[in-house]
Design a protein around this ligand. Structure first.
Ligand SMILES: C[S@@+](CC[C@H](N)C(=O)[O-])C[C@H]1O[C@@H](n2cnc3c(N)ncnc32)[C@H](O)[C@@H]1O
Length: 251
C-alpha cells in the first residue's frame, strides 16, 4: 500500500505548523473527545503522526488508529507515548481494527480524502461497525466554501501568506475539490495538489443513517460554539443506538 498524499515529504514537516500542533489548538479537541469516551477505548481514522491520539491516550484512554501512510505513522511511533497507540495500516473506509470502541473519530477534514460518495458511505459503515451500542462517531470537517465563489468562478484562495499559497479548485457537479498548495520552507519551494470530495452536513447525516447511526450533537467549534452561517467547519457527533431504540434523528 502506498502512502497516498501523505508520504515522507509531508510527514517530515507535518508537526511543524503551530496552527495545528499548538496546545491551545490540540487541547480543546482532546477535551471534547475525552468527554465522549467515558475514559475507555477510542479509535482514530487517519491517525497520522498522533497529533490528537497521543494527548488523548495521555488522559488514560486506550487509543488505536488506522492509517494508510507508513511515513506518517513512523513519526507517531517514535514520539513519547506513541508506543501505546496500536496502529493498523490500511484504508479507514474498509480496514478493521481489533475490538469494539466507545468512540471513533475522524478530524481535520480527513473525510474529504475519500474522493467518492460511496467511499465516504463505506467509512460511516466502518465507523459504525467498530462502535459498541451507545458509542459515538465524531467528524470535524469544513463547511464547503463554494458560497464564497462568484457565479461562474471555481477557485477560492484560502491562504496567501509568506510561506503558503493555497487555492481550492471546485468542481460542483461531482463535489470534487482539488487543493493546490505552494509551500516555501528552508529556502526551497514545494508544489502539490490533493484531490478531495467536499460534503455538506446534511449529506453526512444521511450517510450516518445508512450506517445505522443518528445525529447526537453538531457544533461550530471544539468549544461547543453553535454552528452558524459564519462557521468555517463543524464538529458532528453521531451515535450508534442501543438495540431496540427506534427514535429517529429528529426526536
Ligand atoms: C490531514 S492528516 C490528519 C492526521 C491526524 N488525524 C491529525 O489530525 O493530525 C490525514 C491523515 O489521514 C490519512 N489518510 C488519508 N486517507 C486515508 C484513507 N483512505 N485510509 C487511511 N488513512 C488515510 C493520511 O495518511 C494522513 O495521515
Amino acid at each position: 500500500m502506498s502512502d497516498g498524499y501523505f508520504g515522507e515529504e509531508v510527514a517530515s514537516t507535518y508537526d511543524d505548523d503551530p496552527r495545528m500542533s499548538a496546545p491551545e489548538v490540540v487541547e480543546p479537541v482532546v477535551d471534547f473527545l475525552a468527554d465522549l469516551t467515558g475514559g475507555e477505548r477510542a479509535l482514530e481514522f487517519g491517525v497520522g503522526t498522533g497529533r490528537i491520539a497521543i494527548p488523548l491516550s495521555n488522559r488514560g484512554i486506550a487509543v488505536a488508529g488506522i492509517d494508510l501512510s507508513r511515513a506518517m505513522v513512523s513519526r507517531l511511533s517514535i514520539k513519547p507515548g506513541g508506543e501505546r497507540i496500536a496502529v493498523t495500516i490500511g484504508d479507514f473506509a474498509t480496514t478493521r481494527a481489533d475490538g469494539e470502541f466507545d468512540l471513533v473519530y475522524l478530524v481535520y477534514n480527513t473525510i474529504m480524502n475519500l474522493t467518492t460518495q460511496s467511499k465516504q458511505v463505506d467509512c460511516f459503515r466502518n465507523a459504525s461497525a467498530h462502535l459498541r451500542p451507545g458509542g459515538c462517531f465524531v467528524v470535524e470537517v469544513m463547511i464547503p466554501r463554494i458560497r464564497r465563489l462568484s457565479p461562474g468562478e471555481n477557485r477560492h484562495v484560502f491562504e496567501l501568506s509568506e510561506s503558503h499559497w493555497g487555492i481550492d479548485e471546485y468542481e460542483v457537479p461531482t463535489q470534487r475539490v482539488t487543493s493546490h498548495h505552494l509551500v516555501t520552507a528552508d529556502g526551497g519551494t514545494r508544489r502539490y495538489s490533493m484531490p478531495c470530495r467536499y460534503v455538506w452536513p446534511a449529506e453526512l447525516d444521511l450517510m450516518a443513517q445508512l450506517a445505522g447511526m443518528r445525529l447526537r450533537e453538531r457544533w461550530g467549534s471544539w468549544h461547543r460554539d453553535p454552528l452558524t452561517e459564519e462557521s468555517d467547519f463543524h464538529v458532528s457527533v453521531w451515535e450508534r443506538p442501543h438495540e431496540g431504540d427506534q427514535r429517529s434523528p429528529d426526536e
